[in-house]
Design a protein around this ligand. Structure first.
Ligand code: FES
Length: 106
């Protein structure tokens, strides 16, 4: 299990014990984290699972695929650290990962 943390713009903090091999998005949905819509179910085809990776964690993640980068063009308020949470695969190396949830999706 790996602990990942979602923070909402309203200041709520969701600390989740995530199974390795699952995606950050799957854990957000399973734990009712508000603001992660994930309309396409993880197919990298909707950009409604957009998150902001905390600066301290950006280097720990593999670079986004071309497909993810293309989909991020459709996300709301893209910033440095923007990623699609369905493309973040949980592993022990990400224990303590902090992800911000945007004000809204789409
Ligand atoms: Fe659709 Fe991530 S759930 S792109």
């Amino acid at each position: 299990m790996t602990r990942i943390i979602f923070q909402t713009t309203g200041g709520e903090r969701y600390e989740i014990d995530a199974a390795n091999g699952t995606t950050a998005m799957e854990n957000a949905v399973r734990n009712d984290v508000p603001g992660i819509d994930a309309d396409c179910g993880g197919a990298c085809a909707c950009a409604t699972c957009h998150v902001y990776v905390d600066e301290a964690w950006r280097a720990a993640l593999p670079a986004p695929s071309e497909m993810e980068e293309d989909m991020l063009d459709f996300a709301y308020d893209v910033r440095a650290g923007s990623r699609l949470s369905c493309q973040i695969r949980v592993s022990e190396a990400l224990d303590g990962l902090v992800l911000g949830v945007p004000e809204r999706q789409g």
